[in-house]
Design a protein around this ligand. Structure first.
Ligand code: ATP
Ligand code: ZN
Length: 287
């Protein structure tokens, strides 16, 4: 019997394309670039890769045209399809925000009462407005939402913001964060047992890559009389590796540090007498 294959839908081109292909690559899955193709196959994992517009992916995953997909949470919530989020992927993070013209005296959401708001996200915006008891007119437009206030089409916009520079260039100020959006892996709700097994295998790899990115391998030299203090500062996976140096009275200490506590711990290590600190990226982390 031919082996079952998992079908993943990723964005054909745009902000999520490279991140999606890279993630698969980091999971040891080679995908031939398919910008001009609808579909390609991984050479070393039972995976078929489909290239779609991101907005179409929720529907295709619900209809089992694809088993899993990579999209922004903004698209997941806007589409309202019966699919499940399985894992946050940690790239192309953004937020969906409301912005008004610069200089406008905005105090709270009640400012939006009776106003026209342009957006490509009517479902999410409607929910936000009703939660905030605001009665506004929603103008759905599909692209270049940020120019709407400038040409008199709307009084406010609800759009994706990452750095804020697009808003700034269009004379707008961000006034409400409607939702934080991460790029996520989604799946069809009725995967066969075989496909679920393949997904679990892929997820295991994705989680190892994510953990590795959040951690750094650290090597340092410590005088033996400070070893206990220095080891006490290192969380590590189990306990740090300690090796004697050729120079009498010194040891080399190896451990793993989480990105979040990184700078704090480095400072404390230096203060405790650590020298020659080396910090190296980790490619995969299996625990
Ligand atoms: P498609 O042709 O596939 O429909 P698109 O123009 O809708 O492409 P992109 O602009 O490539 O989509 O954005 C894809 C996703 O990237 C968004 O849905 C969002 O989750 C995420 N994203 C991150 N930062 C930004 C940003 N500054 N602007 C737009 N989307 C962003
Ligand atoms: Zn799109």
């Amino acid at each position: 019997m031919e082996q079952e294959k998992l079908r993943i839908a990723i964005q054909k081109s745009g902000r999520l394309h490279d991140g999606s292909v890279n993630l698969l690559k980091e999971c040891g899955i080679d995908v031939v670039n398919g910008v001009n193709k609808l579909k390609t196959e991984a050479s070393n994992f039972p995976l078929e890769v489909y290239f779609f517009r991101d907005d179409d992916i929720p529907q295709y995953v619900e209809d089992a045209v694809a088993d899993i997909g990579i999209i922004g949470e903004n698209v997941v919530f806007e589409s309202n399809k019966k699919i499940s989020i399985v894992e946050a992927l940690g790239f192309a993070t953004c937020r969906l925000s409301i912005a008004v013209r610069k200089g406008e005296d905005y105090k709270d959401a009640s400012f939006l009462n009776g106003k026209r708001i342009a957006t490509s996200y009517p479902v999410i915006l409607k929910k936000f407005l009703s939660e905030n008891k605001v009665n506004a007119e929603i103008h759905e437009i599909s692209g270049s939402v940020e120019i709407a206030p400038g040409i008199g089409l709307a009084d406010a916009i609800c759009d994706i913001v990452s750095s804020g520079s697009t808003l700034f260039m269009n004379g707008l100020q961000e006034v409400e964060k409607v939702m934080q959006s991460r790029t996520v892996l989604v799946k069809n709700n009725q995967l066969s047992e075989g496909k679920q097994k393949l997904l679990d295998k892929l997820l295991f790899r994705i989680q190892s890559v994510k953990k590795a990115k959040n951690n750094k391998y650290i090597l340092l030299n410590a005088p033996n009389n400070k070893l206990n203090e220095i080891i006490g500062l290192l969380p590590g996976m189990k306990s740090p590796t300690v090796l004697p140096l050729a120079e009498e009275g010194w040891s080399s200490v190896h451990s793993v540090l989480n990105e979040n506590d990184f700078w704090d711990i480095i400072e404390q290590l230096k203060a405790a007498g650590a020298q020659g600190i080396l910090v190296v990226p980790i490619e995969k982390m299996i625990i």
